[in-house]
Design a protein around this ligand. Structure first.
Ligand code: ADP
Ligand code: MG
Length: 335
C-alpha cells in the first residue's frame, strides 16, 4: 500500500507501533508538539545530526529500507561514540515520495529499532513530509557524557600513539561491489557488504577506551582515515607519521581492492564510512591492543605517532620511505 493511500497521520500511528517504548525519564514522546524528557543530572548533553539524501548517500538499488534505517542511526551513533557518550533519544525527519509503500517505511523503522535497541535508544518524535521525487532522511540524536570522559578532536599531543579500532576500507570495498550490481557479490563478500550496509557503531568500545586508558583525542572515521586524521591534526595543532603496513586491512578488502586493480591501502586511507574510532593516547600499544581484543574480539591497532605541526602529515611505506599524506576522503562540495 502506498503512502498516498493512508496519509501522514495513519503513517505516524503505524510507526508508533514499531518503535520501542521510551523509558520513564521521557515525559512526552510521539503525539505532542514536542517531546519532553529529563536529562540525567551531572552529565553533559550531546547533540548531533546527520542527513542522508537519495542519490548522494544511498541508492535503493544497493540498500534496503531496513538497512537504510540501521545505517542512518549508525552514522549518528558513531558521532556520539567519538565523544565517548551514551546515546539516549532520537528525533527523525522524513521527506518521502508518496509512491513509497507503507511496508517500506515500516522496514526502515524496523532497521533503525534493531540497532537502537542494542543501546536502549528511544525515538521520541519526528516530522513527516512529502518529497517530490527523492527520499531525504535526517536524524537528530541526543546523548550524554561524563565530563571526565569527553574526548575532543583537539587533545592530541606530540608523542601520542595513534590507534584505530577494527579494519579500515571495508565499507568502501562493500560499496564498490554493490555498484557492480552483481548479486553473487552479496553472498561471496558479505563481510564487507555488511560493513557498508549495516555498520556497527563503536559506542561500547569508546566507553571502554576512555574508562581504561588515557585517550587524549578521538574522532570517528566517517570521511576516511586521511581526512579524519587531518581534522585531529588541524584541531590539535600537530602533525602525524603513519606506517602504511600497520594499517589494519581485512583480507576480504584486500581481495576486493585487487579485483578493482586498486591498492588495499587506498581503500583504507581514503574510503569513508567505516565508523571505526581513531584516537590518540600516550599509553603503549600492547596494553591497549590486547585488552581491546580480549574484550571485543576486534583489533585496536597502533598505526602511527603524533609529531610536531611542522613535521606535517606523512605516510611511511614498508621500505621506510616517507611521502606526504594526501587527503582524498569524502567532501560534498569539492569536485
Ligand atoms: P506538528 O504539526 O506539531 O509538527 P506532526 O503532526 O508533524 O506535529 O507530528 C505529530 C507527532 O508525531 C509529533 O509528536 C511528532 O514528533 C511525531 N512524528 C511525526 N512524524 C514522525 C516520524 N516520521 N517519526 C516519528 N515521530 C513522528
Ligand atoms: Mg511536524
Amino acid at each position: 500500500m502506498q503512502l498516498k493511500e493512508i496519509g501522514e497521520f495513519q503513517l505516524i500511528e503505524r510507526i508508533k507501533r514499531i518503535i520501542s517504548p521510551a523509558p520513564t525519564n521521557v515525559i512526552l514522546e510521539i503525539g505532542d508538539d514536542a517531546a519532553v524528557f529529563k536529562p540525567t543530572k551531572n552529565k553533559l548533553n550531546l547533540l548531533t545530526t546527520d542527513a542522508f539524501v537519495e542519490g548522494v548517500h544511498f541508492d535503493f538499488n544497493h540498500i534496503s529500507f531496513y538497512q537504510l534505517g540501521w545505517r542512518l542511526l549508525a552514522a549518528n551513533l558513531s558521532d556520539i561514540a567519538a565523544m565517548a557518550g551514551e546515546p539516549k533519544y532520537a528525533v527523525l525527519s522524513l521527506a518521502l515520495p508518496s509512491t513509497i509503500s507503507i511496508e517500506s517505511v515500516e522496514e526502515f523503522y524496523k532497521g533503525m529499532t534493531a540497532l537502537g535497541d542494542q543501546f536502549q535508544i528511544s525515538i521520541i518524535g519526528g516530522d513527516t513530509s512529502l518529497s517530490p521525487d527523492r527520499t531525504f532522511i535526517s536524524l537528530t540524536l541526543f546523548g550524554e557524557a561524563k565530563v571526565s570522559h569527553l574526548s575532543e578532536r583537539s587533545g592530541a599531543e606530540v608523542g601520542d600513539n595513534i590507534f584505530v579500532t577494527g579494519f579500515l576500507g571495508c565499507s568502501e570495498a562493500g560499496l564498490r561491489l554493490l555498484q557492480t550490481n552483481d548479486p553473487n557479490h552479496v553472498m561471496d563478500f558479505s563481510y564487507v557488504i555488511d560493513r557498508h550496509c549495516v555498520p556497527n557503531p563503536r559506542i561500547n568500545e569508546a566507553k571502554f577506551l576512555v574508562e581504561n586508558f588515557n585517550v587524549n583525542s578521538m574522532i570517528d572515521i566517517s570521511d576516511g582515515l586521511s581526512s579524519d586524521l587531518r581534522h585531529i591534526c588541524n584541531r590539535s595543532g600537530v602533525g602525524v607519521k603513519i606506517y602504511a603496513d600497520q594499517i589494519p586491512i581485512h583480507s576480504v578488502t584486500k581481495e576486493v581492492a585487487n579485483r578493482f586493480s586498486e591498492t588495499p591501502l587506498s581503500f583504507a586511507l581514503h574510503g569513508g564510512e567505516d565508523f571505526e574510532l581513531l584516537f590518540t593516547s600516550p599509553d603503549i600499544e600492547r596494553s591497549i591492543g590486547d585488552a581491546f581484543q580480549k574484550r571485543f574480539g576486534l583489533p585496536c591497532t597502533k598505526i602511527g605517532v603524533i609529531t610536531r605541526a611542522e613535521d606535517e602529515l606523512v605516510v611511511i611505506d614498508s621500505e621506510g620511505r616517507s611521502s606526504p599524506l594526501k587527503t582524498k576522503g569524502f567532501d560534498h562540495f569539492r569536485q
